[in-house]
Ligand binder design. Structure first.
Ligand SMILES: NC(=O)c1ccc[n+]([C@@H]2O[C@H](COP(=O)([O-])OP(=O)(O)OC[C@H]3O[C@@H](n4cnc5c(N)ncnc54)[C@H](OP(=O)(O)O)[C@@H]3O)[C@@H](O)[C@H]2O)c1
Length: 332
């Protein structure tokens, strides 16, 4: 009887594996495709642009600083695989004026054709204790990280729907999967991207458009170096519990997942665990992925609780040390 049940389960799993490719999206062909990368002049965005260019794509880079854009264009062009490839630079703030963003993307599409892959990577961060963060920083981060992803996506979606093809990537963060000390202004902007992505994916899936949400871990970039200058001690100590990734590695994973049309994109074993833990009602792009979530969720929750316990103890230790040194100062 037990043997029969085991054979039945194995047969179901095998069947699911066999039909899995039938429900998975067809991979995007990058050679000749038009890829737009916001935040493409630095860090993860720059490495995503390089990765796509190496695979034969035409690139539009979007950022504000023109000099940085031109410098990056030169850097990317070293990786050309054919002499037809173009790197177009557009200087615009993606968070300010929707019509301006729509116009520049229209111009880019006139030059390089309709957008096949849009990577929303422009973003910024502010860390600090909730009460210490300037009120306007909450508004600015929501504008850049959230609206700065809404505007370019809104500007290209109609053409993608007409063509019944396209890929949109939202670069969130592991801080968009769990809230950590010091990230009260940043985390909500990255959580918001997940909500946008889930709702949008349900709308556009019948049009053969696939949305990816990437959750990079701490990554060695100019933006990360800048953020690290003002991180509270608690945030630093919690960050140090995992290692810092290279932007090239993160970019490779994001590009691979965008090509495959995977909804979740994570890096490393921590990233894998967090994606399973926070999968909730998010879409799956293969039965294998769904099975992994069903099987691993419980055990990962136990591991997650240990992590949460150790983060809480870091925060408590820092508070006690601070209070102790304040008391010593007072008595001196
Ligand atoms: N590095 C990490 O540890 C890490 C971890 C998780 C998630 N992320 C996310 O990954 C993305 C890239 O991060 P990064 O560390 O690579 O950042 P980065 O090195 O600071 O690069 C940010 C890019 O975004 C552009 N940008 C910023 N604000 C913009 C705006 N309003 N309009 C247009 N472009 C704008 C910047 O160019 P200009 O300044 O010239 O406009 C630059 O090209 C961000 O969304 C970040 O939140 C990063």
């Amino acid at each position: 009887m037990l043997l029969l049940a085991a054979a039945f389960i194995v047969a179901i799993v095998l069947l699911l594996y066999m039909v899995s490719p039938l429900i998975s999206p067809k991979p995007l062909k990058l050679p000749g495709a038009h890829v737009v990368v916001t935040g493409g002049s630095s860090g993860i965005g720059k490495c995503i642009a390089i990765e796509c260019y190496k695979q034969g794509a035409f690139i539009t880079l979007i950022a504000r600083d023109e000099n940085k854009l031109l410098q990056t264009k030169k850097e990317i062009e070293k990786y050309s695989v054919n002499d037809k490839q173009v790197v177009l630079c557009i200087s615009v703030d993606v968070s300010k004026d929707y019509e301006q963003v729509e116009n520049v993307l229209k111009q880019a599409q006139e030059k390089l054709g309709p957008v096949d892959l849009l990577v929303n990577c422009a973003g910024t961060s502010v860390t600090g204790k909730f009460e210490d963060i300037e009120v306007n920083s909450f508004e600015r981060l929501m504008a850049v990280n959230y609206l700065g992803s809404v505007y370019p996506s809104r500007a290209v979606i109609s053409t993608m729907k007409e063509r019944r093809m396209g890929r949109i990537v939202f670069v969130s963060s592991q801080a968009g999967q769990l809230g950590l000390f010091g990230y009260t202004a940043y985390s909500p902007t990255k959580f918001a991207l997940r909500g946008l992505a889930e709702a949008l994916q349900m709308e556009v899936k019948p049009y053969n458009i696939y949305v990816t949400v990437a959750y990079p871990p701490d990554t060695d970039t100019p933006g990360f170096a800048e953020e690290s200058k003002t991180k509270p001690l608690e945030t630093k100590l919690i960050s140090e519990t995992s290692s810092v990734c290279q932007a090239e590695q993160v970019a490779r994973v994001i590009v691979k997942d965008a090509i495959q049309g995977n909804f979740n994109s994570s890096v490393g074993s921590d990233g894998y665990m967090l994606s399973i833990l926070t999968s909730g009602m998010s879409p799956v792009t293969s039965i294998t992925e769904g099975l992994q979530q069903v099987v691993c969720m419980g055990i990962f929750r136990i591991v997650g609780l240990f992590y949460l316990g150790s983060f809480d103890s870091i925060v408590r230790r820092c508070m006690m040390q601070r209070e102790k040194s304040e008391n010593t100062d007072k008595t001196e």
